[in-house]
Design a protein around this ligand. Sequence first.
Ligand SMILES: O=C(O)CCC(=O)C(=O)O
Length: 293
Amino acid sequence: MVLKGRSLPRGSSRKSSSSTLIFSIMIICSFFVLILLALGILSVPSSSGDSPKAHDLSTIGHRTIPSDRRSESKDARADQWVEVISWEPRAVIYHNFLSQDECEYLINMAKPHMEKSTVVDSDTGKSKDSRVRTSSGTFLARGRDKTIRAIEKRIADFTFLPVDHGEGLQVLHYEVGQRYEPHFDYFQDEFNTQNGGQRMATVLMYLSDVEEGGETVFPSAKGNISAVPWWNELSDCGKEGLSVKPKMGDALLFWSMKPDASLDPSSLHGGCPVIKGNKWSSTKWIRVNDYNA
Ligand SMILES: O=C(O)CCC(=O)C(=O)O
């Protein structure tokens, strides 16, 4: 007796073998994608809701290096890293931007020439004596020697703004009780913008540590200012805004202009009174155009 099996039509057997093939290819592909995801070679795009909010200052990654481990030698710069501290105003800290030797060099060059600091009179555009700024300071001409040229080149690399847009370095000294009340670095007069245009950005370099006080404070910064990791170390003045504690060699870059070239009022900033110790700093103001120094 011959058993008769039901034979499938030819077309349907070809169809089932091609769907098996497609199914197998899909399984193999999914397997590869899973391996690539596991190895981190592929990643799943995350929605913007997962990324830190621009004004969430608690997301600042903070790391400190004990002062005795800062660098092997005074002329070498210790570990460098950049920390975004605010989006409004746009501000970042470049840690260990200067070596200890460079800080001491700037202080020693400036020391014999320190004079009481002045401010710009918005009506006349001229410098005037003022109680809002009680530090002393002096300017070191742009490109005046090898060390200063190296620092100015580093500033240009850091900011992407040419050396020729920079004013000379200003070195400032604050003793106990001395401060600089909150102000804008951009000009509100016609006179001072004739050479080089508006001030676009500022690089503030700390040439010394300060035992207490002396923070650079941004009272109009947007964000949860008390979330910064260094909040408990700040003076009362420092707690009036987003603050940066001076640390020898660090540089603070902030922008007085927004990306659309309008002036940024959130860049209002000041130097808090020094409570203990001394504060030495150096400021580089950078213009929109070439500045004839
Ligand atoms: O010394 C500070 O922390 C602020 C200095 C400053 O505001 C400036 O030089 O424009």
